[in-house]
Design a protein around this ligand. Structure first.
Ligand code: AMP
Ligand code: ZN
Length: 113
């Protein structure tokens, strides 16, 4: 999608610090980390948000979560725990309209931070 920040990152038009990549998934470190580990995991296909998912995206969703689990292991979070978040729309705090999982960890997390 032309005007999407994350599609530009996928296309290499905007640089990112990659953490994982395959044919369908890209993961990169958040530019404004909220914890010692803060990685964004996105499908290469432009999907606006979790609210735009259809059954055709089932396999993509599985791959997103599999990538999250693998990255959590590689980044040393598996035993300690971590948080996976996807914000949806304005009230959900979504600022980039391209589906993404936030993988956050490396410190104890609460609901308000
Ligand atoms: P959300 O607010 O849930 O849509 O999450 C968007 C995330 O993208 C925020 O945590 C931002 O810090 C992050 N972000 C914005 N621009 C970039 C960028 N160029 N590289 C990496 N992360 C970014
Ligand atoms: Zn996009």
């Amino acid at each position: 999608m032309d005007d999407c920040l994350f599609c530009k990152i996928i296309a290499g038009e905007i640089p990112s610090q990659k953490a994982y990549e395959d044919e369908e998934i890209l993961a990169f470190h958040d530019i404004n980390p909220q914890a010692p580990v803060h990685v964004l995991i996105i499908p290469k296909q432009h999907i606006r948000s979790a609210d735009a998912l259809t059954e055709a995206d089932d396999a993509t969703l599985c791959r997103l979560f599999a990538a999250a689990r693998r990255l959590a292991g590689e980044l040393g979070l598996s035993g300690k725990g971590y948080r996976l978040i996807t914000n949806v729309g304005a009230d959900g705090g979504q600022s980039v309209p391209h589906l993404h999982l936030h993988l956050i960890g490396g410190r104890p997390l609460r609901w308000d931070n």
